[in-house]
Design a protein around this ligand. Structure first.
Ligand code: SAM
Length: 239
């Protein structure tokens, strides 16, 4: 199996990533004398990758699609990358066969095996060899078939005036604290016009949530480095 590599700001690294095997792909992400290594699985936007990179992590995104933004990106199957020795794995697996909003199609998806394959993919990500893991999905049958989420967040808790319940399954990471509670409660994604890119608009990680992931989970996993006061400090529970 051969996998291409998306446009990358680092041409040397990019050339190294033009590999054909899982082993080579996993070996070539670089050691990075930075805070550590972060893999953002199933991300074409670069939103979470860039938020971690801005804080000093060696951050890679990985998706079957090219990255929309320049940066370290492996275009291919995330299974090629999971064994590379990641400190943090943030995963956004597809919800197409899992989200309860599509429950009317579940019988067909069960019969075809697509639903079980999607659940197996999620289980593999949750059990990946990374010290800290966060997996994100909408309200889905992951809750009943694998386990309940550790937290459900909303965009309006992170500066975006809209509703979209987003579940987080966490391993060795704290729950997120809201950073900026805003008034709007619009279901923006439901109002989007039909079109080939609708699913992308619906699934792209919002900047306020990407920033909260990177900011709060950098603090949690690297408590001994100097941290600036953070957005949302006033909202944090008083100790
Ligand atoms: C729900 S979208 C997540 C988008 C993400 N929130 C972002 O901001 O880019 C799921 C993504 O998983 C990708 N994907 C599906 N199977 C994959 C695989 N085996 N390896 C890597 N990416 C995969 C899809 O191409 C799709 O872009």
């Amino acid at each position: 199996m051969s996998h291409g590599v998306a446009a990358n700001t680092n041409s040397k690294k990019n050339a190294r990533m033009k590999t054909d095997t899982k082993t080579e792909a996993a070996r070539d992400v670089g050691s990075g004398a930075l805070l550590g290594r972060v893999l953002v699985a199933c991300e074409y936007s670069g939103a979470v990758r860039d938020a971690f990179a801005a804080r000093g992590w060696l951050a890679w995104s990985c998706d079957l699609l090219p990255s929309e933004t320049p940066g370290n990106h492996y275009q291919g199957d995330v299974r090629d990358m999971l064994d590379a020795g990641w400190d943090i794995l943030i995963a956004h697996p597809p919800c197409t066969h899992l989200a309860v909003s599509g429950a009317r199609w579940f019988p067909a998806k069960r019969a075809s095996g697509e639903q079980q394959a999607a659940l197996d993919f999620v289980s593999m990500l949750l059990e990946a060899p990374a010290t800290h893991i966060a997996l994100e999905n909408p309200i889905s049958i992951i809750s009943s078939k694998i386990r309940k989420p550790d937290q459900i967040i909303q965009p309006w808790q992170f500066g975006h005036g809209e509703v979209k319940a987003t579940c987080l399954w966490l391993k060795n990471l704290p729950k997120l604290t809201p950073t900026q509670i805003v008034e709007g409660r619009e279901a923006r994604v439901h109002k989007m016009p039909p079109g080939p890119d609708r699913w992308k608009e619906r699934s792209r990680t919002l900047p306020g949530i990407a920033e909260a992931f990177a900011d709060q989970w950098t603090r949690a996993t690297r408590p001994n480095i100097g941290h600036e006061p953070r957005a949302g400090d006033a909202l944090a529970p008083k100790k």
